[in-house]
Design a protein around this ligand. Structure first.
Ligand code: CDP
Length: 197
């Protein structure tokens, strides 16, 4: 990569597939900036009130809240994320971030399909619902069956919505982490990026 040029890595996939960990590791490895786009939707929901107005008024301070990581915040995010005007209000910020000089990694649900369809690298990181629920349960505790139900409910909403549903871009490299260590998954992602540089 020539310094100053943009280079976008788009990482999509369902909840707790490992895309956040992979995105951070890829960004650190190549010195790229990283944006967890799920935080935008979590912050919109956390602001309360009219979600469209919240999306239009979102600030950096909203993204710094410490209550965005809970299961409840994830569910609330997936509800506001189905509203087309909410998604539209967040497009420009994400595209500007993606094309900053020096490279960027964005992880989310629609990065390779809608936000950055011309991204140099597209990864689709997935795993079985049971494996993803187990990983999320290790983080949040509580009742594992309830966490699995939450994962399935959010998958159904994210994959079934009309606007920007979760799916792999036709040209995405699919990484199924169900039976992979995080180290192996990170290595697979770095190898895919390396192949396109
Ligand atoms: O970390 P986890 O995968 O559980 O969730 P997240 O990536 O923070 O996303 C939370 C919710 O925001 C998802 O369930 C999606 O409904 C929504 N989202 C979206 O619609 N588009 C994105 N690019 C990122 C998140």
């Amino acid at each position: 990569m020539v310094a100053g040029l943009s280079f976008t890595v788009a990482i999509d996939g369902p909840a707790a597939a490992g895309k956040g960990t992979i995105a951070r590791a890829v960004a650190a490895h190549f010195g790229f900036a990283h944006l967890d786009t799920g935080l935008l939707y979590r912050a919109v929901a956390a602001r309360g009130g009219d979600p469209v107005a919240a999306a239009r008024a979102l600030t950096a301070a909203d993204l710094a809240r410490d209550d965005l990581r809970s299961l409840a915040a994830g569910q609330a995010a997936s509800r506001v994320a189905a509203i087309p005007e909410v998604r539209a209000a967040l497009v420009a910020f994400q595209r500007t971030f993606a094309r900053q000089p020096g490279g960027a990694v964005l992880d989310g649900r629609d990065i390779g399909t809608v936000i950055c369809p011309t991204a140099e690298v597209k990864l689709y990181v997935t795993a079985s619902p049971e494996v993803r629920a187990h990983r999320r349960w290790l983080e949040v505790g509580g009742d594992e069956a309830a966490v699995l139900a939450e994962v399935r409910e959010r998958d159904a909403r994210d994959m079934g919505r009309a606007d920007a549903p979760l799916r792999a871009a036709a040209d995405a490299v699919v990484i199924d982490t169900s039976e992979m260590s995080i180290e192996a998954a990170v290595l697979a992602a770095i190898t895919a990026v390396e192949a396109r540089r």
